[in-house]
Design a protein around this ligand. Structure first.
Ligand SMILES: NC(=O)c1ccc[n+]([C@@H]2O[C@H](COP(=O)([O-])OP(=O)(O)OC[C@H]3O[C@@H](n4cnc5c(N)ncnc54)[C@H](OP(=O)(O)O)[C@@H]3O)[C@@H](O)[C@H]2O)c1
Length: 273
């Protein structure tokens, strides 16, 4: 399709033409250990990770990385099956365009594993190409609202549910990770990126506020944004396993990691401020 081809080309050109960002790596390379979660009634069990919006790229790699360090894994998406996968993950069917569906997802996790998720990954992203490819304002209000719900309202509800669950857990890491991109910092002149950029920027704001408000309680809210080594947006070269590595490092320790966690494959957190 000529439109999709030209849009992809424009995105590739934009990713490769962004200015360089200053880079300061503060990555530490502690090894990961098997951990456990203790509920407030004293029950000990393997910790649980919930991945909201899991598909073949980031979601699959993050699931695999957490399973490898002993987590029970629950994944949710529209193609969820409400059954166990071959890998032993709990697969839950949900559409985050209806943010209330999030509560049922948490209920299903607790019913299956007997504990709330200590690590929550909100990974879904939603965008709508404008019907007039040159006019950013040709996206309908209905689609703009749909994408805002998926990119911002549903993860906000997921964070509300996460802290309710964390209050029932007495030990271990408690981290909410939102898969972001550079659009919270960068206004990219590509009409099809409008809704995803609006959603990422709005979510970065509430994540930053939540992290400031709750980090003293040991609760962290992280906007995770994979970048190229020179700080440019990762875009089409997004790396699933790099997300798995970084997210499991966050589960081990968030010390020295700010809420706006730009990261680079094989380096971990890197500041581009
Ligand atoms: N750092 C960067 O530069 C960069 C670049 C590209 C992407 N990203 C971000 O990376 C994230 C994940 O990307 P990915 O495509 O690789 O992930 P993925 O894990 O391969 O797929 C995410 C899954 O989310 C599910 N999903 C979509 N809409 C949904 C909805 N309304 N309700 C429930 N589930 C939904 C889809 O499954 P179903 O169809 O089954 O629902 C999809 O397979 C996104 O947030 C994206 O914005 C960042």
């Amino acid at each position: 399709m000529p439109f999709l081809h030209s849009t992809t080309q424009r995105l590739q050109n934009l990713f490769s033409s962004q200015p360089n960002f200053k880079s300061t790596s503060t990555q530490s390379t502690t090894s990961l250990k098997h951990t456990s979660t203790t509920t407030k009634n004293g029950t000990m069990s393997a910790p649980v990770v919930l991945i909201l919006g899991s598909g073949p790229r980031v979601g699959a790699a993050v699931s695999k990385a957490f399973a490898a360090i002993g987590y029970k894994v629950a994944v949710a998406a529209r193609k969820g099956t409400d059954a166990k996968t071959d890998e032993g993950y709990l697969s839950i069917k949900a559409d985050f365009a209806e943010p209330k569906s999030i509560t049922a997802v948490y209920d299903a996790v607790k019913a299956e594993f007997g504990a709330a998720p200590s690590i929550v990954v909100y990974n879904t992203g939603s965008l709508t190409p404008p019907p007039d490819k040159d006019s950013v304002l040709s996206i309908s209000a209905d689609r703009f609202t749909h994408d805002l719900k998926v990119n911002t309202v549903a993860p906000f509800v997921a964070a509300q549910e996460a802290i309710k669950g964390w209050a029932t857990l007495s030990a271990g890491a408690k981290v909410f990770i939102y898969t972001g991109n550079a659009l919270n910092k960068l206004i990219m002149p590509v009409p099809m990126m409008l809704d995803v950029g609006v959603g990422k920027a709005a979510s970065a704001y509430w994540l930053g506020q939540a992290d400031g408000a709750y980090s003293a309680n040991g609760y962290r809210f992280i906007y995770a944004d994979e970048r190229q080594p020179d700080g440019k947006m990762k875009g089409l070269a997004l790396d699933g396993p790099a997300h798995g590595t970084f997210y499991t490092q966050l589960a081990k320790s968030t010390e020295g990691i700010p809420w706006n966690a730009t990261f680079v494959k094989d380096q971990g957190y890197v500041s581009f401020e």
